[in-house]
Design a protein around this ligand. Sequence first.
Ligand SMILES: N[C@@H](CCC(=O)N[C@@H](CS)C(=O)NCC(=O)O)C(=O)O
Length: 222
Amino acid sequence: MQLILGNKVYSSWSLRGWLLFKPFGIAFDQQVVPLYTDDFEAFRTNTFPARQVPTLVVSGGETPLVIWDSLSIAEFLHEQHPDAGIWPKDPAARAAARSLCAEMHSGFQALRSTMPMNLRRRYSTFQPSEDAAADIERVYTLWRWARDNWGDGGPYLFGEQFTAADAFFAPVAARFRTYGVVPDGKPAAYVDTLLSHPSTVAFNRDSEKEVWVMDHNELEID
Ligand SMILES: N[C@@H](CCC(=O)N[C@@H](CS)C(=O)NCC(=O)O)C(=O)O
């Protein structure tokens, strides 16, 4: 299986894709293709019909299988490795985890557009817009709700085991660090948990070797 990723500094969906493999011990090869470059256009041509990263290419069949969306990758890996713990075992928790991922996938527009992931930067003067602040509050609400209902036995949203829901929120934690968003209480501990997970740390370490700069992901503030 080859996982095609964008620049690790900037690509939040690539971090999600990475965290669907690494924490679960699922083996994969990776290829990093910098976003919005000729190489990215070549990736689109060569990996039809994928348009975005992360994209998973599964070889071994008559033709390679192309899976080009993080939720589809999560479901495919869960089918291949049902005991890996990608989704919680309990059906109610599993449905909740899927709902959290789906909301991350389709919502949080203000947070995603005005606070682009940038693992290199730390801003001290950033002020979220009203809409972004509402998204941030919604994130806290969802984290508290999941942890209050299922999080008792451990540091993750569903307790002891890191799941896809944690993978989907890890880039949000990275944004909070970059933009100086400091939650109170339990959400703060959860941000630390996500950022100190060995697989997040490994992704971050890889990102430090990258030299590409995407101007539209760089804010003109301190
Ligand atoms: N729905 C996709 C979103 C992926 C996505 O937006 N990827 C960005 C990089 S973070 C991308 O490939 N952007 C290039 C483009 O849209 O042209 C998923 O869940 O994987």
